[in-house]
Design a protein around this ligand. Sequence first.
Ligand SMILES: N[C@@H](CCC(=O)N[C@@H](CS)C(=O)NCC(=O)O)C(=O)O
Length: 216
Amino acid sequence: MALTLYYHPLSSFCWKALIAFYEADVAFTPRVVNLGDPADRAAFQAVWPLAKFPVLRDDARGQTIPESSLIVEYLARTQASGASLLASDPDAAMQTRLLDRLIDNYVHLPFQQIVSERMRPDDKHDPFGAEQNRGKVAEGYDLIAPMIARTWAMGETFTLADCAALPALFYADYAVKLAAWPNLAAYLERLKARPSVARVLAEAEPFFQYFPLKDG
Ligand SMILES: N[C@@H](CCC(=O)N[C@@H](CS)C(=O)NCC(=O)O)C(=O)O
């Protein structure tokens, strides 16, 4: 098969790409990467030296595509069944990309920092930094909450922005409860009920025991 996705089923940014694949019903060869295994990490680094997943390899077109947002865009551009993930109208496409960037930069990334802080050795914790990042996640919720006013982020069509929103909101809810942002909490529930998302969550389930914030 021409498309190979390098990923891990628990990885939040990989979820963004997986949701897009399942939405578009595009077949791919799954290549689960174990970054904790030196040989597997080295093999992955040969594909993408940063060793951050997801990464898509398209052998038919000789392309290697890192970065979750670009993988979704690539599917939208190269697969007819994925076209609706990014509007063809340039203004609508820009608004979709804007939401994707806001969600990643102001919710997903500060959440990732909270996880990194939790994984530090016992004598290297930074409670002040963790608290600051919880504040940033809350600011991110404030930023995007008024923008999610309809069924999906861009209206009635499920797009790149929704692929970005699910992992950010699902995981960040463990660090900063969404209850104080009822429309985001309701949006997260709609996302979880989407078949593409339910499939990603089911595939992650066996690994969820390794999520450092699973117990709060
Ligand atoms: N901006 C990247 C972020 C990718 C990223 O941070 N992936 C994480 C997993 S969620 C990763 O590879 N972490 C491993 C590491 O940093 O060593 C994207 O959107 O794909």
